[in-house]
Every structure is written in structure tokens, then in C-alpha cells.
Design a protein around this ligand. Sequence first.
Ligand SMILES: Cc1ncc(COP(=O)(O)O)c(C=O)c1O
Length: 367
Amino acid sequence: MKVPQMSPWLGKEEYKAIESCFKENWLTEGPKTKQFNEKLLKLTKARFGVFAPNGTLALYLGLRALDIGPGDEVIVPDFTFYASATSVEMTGAKPVFVDVNRKNFQIDLKNADRLVNKKTKAIMPVHIYGTIADMKSVVRFAKRHKLKIIEDACQAVGVHRDGKHAGTFGEVGCFSFFADKTVSTVEGGYVITNDEKLYQKLLFLRNQGRIDRGSFIHPQIGYNFRITDIHSAIGLVQLRKLPEIKKIKNRILSIYKKQLAKLSEITFFEPDAGVEMIPFRVCILVDKAHELMSFMREKGIESRTFFYPLHRQPYFKYLQKGRKDQDDKYFQNAIYGYEHGICLPIFPTLTDRQILYVCDTIKDFYE
Ligand SMILES: Cc1ncc(COP(=O)(O)O)c(C=O)c1O
């Protein structure tokens, strides 16, 4: 049996939605995008939202709207996808890494005060693997040090903590609609804010430095971050499916948990109390992770490691020069995650037979 790591759930309905764009002859950003925006604002309960071509550029757009640029520093968890930190680099600012906790690999600010200096302008909690970071501690930290909060909620569309949607705790929240994301438009990104001034800045930045199309007077600096109505048409169908996606993915996680409960070698990633999770991956911590992954590969099962700690990425080695708080010693949990973490297959069309096959393979390995 073959079990891929993920498979997008895009089918007939999405295909029909694309067709309707061609029939209506509106393909660039237009009525479908307006509708998609309205639905996303309803879901997140944010006041304003703008689209971007992908999550990386949504983060860049959000950072630029917060006036992050050369000479500034932004605190970013060491354990996240590369783009959280490269979006900071893209503005000319520098990321400064902080470790995560070992329970669910979210940003851990216990020892983070030492990272703040005059250059520190913002903090970027990343809601990793379909849950939400401890935002009370992030907000407290940001207030104490007068920092802006930009949430990387790329993996957390539809996820709530204490009734609040991911991305609505700070100044701006950013999402990705890439093919493996909970809601997908194949490629796509989105930025939300409750601050009208930031919203105005986002509009100028994403639309060539002007509010309306069709004018050649550009009062501010800006670029092209438009999407297309084809992407939005897919997104509208996906949003309709979101309650079902949430139900299916949580059911898959519960089957894995039940099947593997008796294996003392396995610990599941646990969201905090108050989080209504949509599992982005099925994350387990095990001994002999790399051997288990090879064993599963031989049996046709695709798994993934956890993220490689950002401070160890070749490009970010430069951060260790002249600083004493960016080497291995300070990132023990991120390193532990990389060495012991495995992401098991999860996607809406994964069958019970496939899940049981994955679980039996893991049991075989340990037995
Ligand atoms: C946490 C996180 N941030 C940012 C991104 C970047 O999103 P995109 O691939 O849409 O540029 C991703 C995508 O995987 C992500 O997982």
C-alpha cells in the first residue's frame, strides 16, 4: 500500500468554480475575490483583510505595513518553516531566534527578555501544526517591551484559541493557502488586521502604491501582490468545506492516537487547553525517529521530519557572529524536535485502511 504524506482535496466542485470564472469572463482579481474576502473576514472576525500571492509574501506585506525594515530585529521561533524568518530578511531586518516549548513546539518566552534591545521592533509567534501559541504570554511580552505582534498563522486557518481565531491577537495575522494547507487555493496568502491605518498601508503596498486600479498616479511606494479570481473561486469552495475538513482531520488524529496509545515509545504533540485545533500534521515524538522513517519508507509510507532549527540553517549562521544567544545551547527543544519528531500522513481523503496500515507498520517497528 502507498500512503503519501499529504494530498490536496481539490475536486469537481473546485473545477466547476474555475469554469464559472471563464464563463463569466472575469479572471483577474474581481467579484470572486471580494466574496472570498468577505467570507474570510466572517470566519476570522477581523475587520480588514488583503490578499497576497502566497504566505511568504503575506508575511512580508504585514512586516512592511508595520514599518519593519533595515536596522530592525524581529523575534521569531527557531522552530518553524524557513519563510517565517526569510520574510523578515526580505524587509532588510534581522530575525532573532528564540526556543519553543517541548509540549507543542510553540514559541517559549521564558528566557526571551535577554533578546530584546533597542533594535527589536516586533515579535512573530508562529502557530505551528494547526494549533495556537500561548498568546497571553506573547501579548504580555510585547506590551512589556513595546513590540508589535505579527502572527504567522499560515498553518492555522480555522483554528481558534479561547474563541478567538488565529491571527487576531496581534497587530497583523498572516495566512497561507498553499496546496497542503487546511484551506487551499493552490497558491495564495492573506493578511488580516483590526487597525484601519495598517489596512490603508497594506492596500497601498499591495496595489502599486495606490488604492484604485486604473490610475497612473501612485502616491506611495507599492508593488503587485494581487491574486486572481480563479484562486478565489477555489478558496470559496474550500471555505464551504472547512467544517468538514476540521471534522475529518480531527477524526484521523483521534484514530492515530487510539491505535498507538499503548506504545510507550510514542508521545503525541498536545495543544494547550482552550485550543480548537485543526491538525496540520499528525506530530509524534519518538526515539529512533530516523530509523522509523526509513522503515516506513520501505513500506510505502511517506513521513516527514519536524522542521530543521532555523539557527542551524546555513544562511542564518551569520546571526551567531557577534551574539552569544543564537547557538545550539539556546535551542534545546527545537533541536530535540528535529531529532525526535515525525509527521505522519494526514489529509481529508486518507482512508481508515491507510491509517491502520501506518499504525500497524509503526507497531511492527517497535515490536
Ligand atoms: C509556518 C509557515 N509560515 C510561512 C509559510 C509560507 O507560506 P507559502 O508557502 O504560502 O509562501 C508556510 C508554508 O508552508 C508555513 O508553514
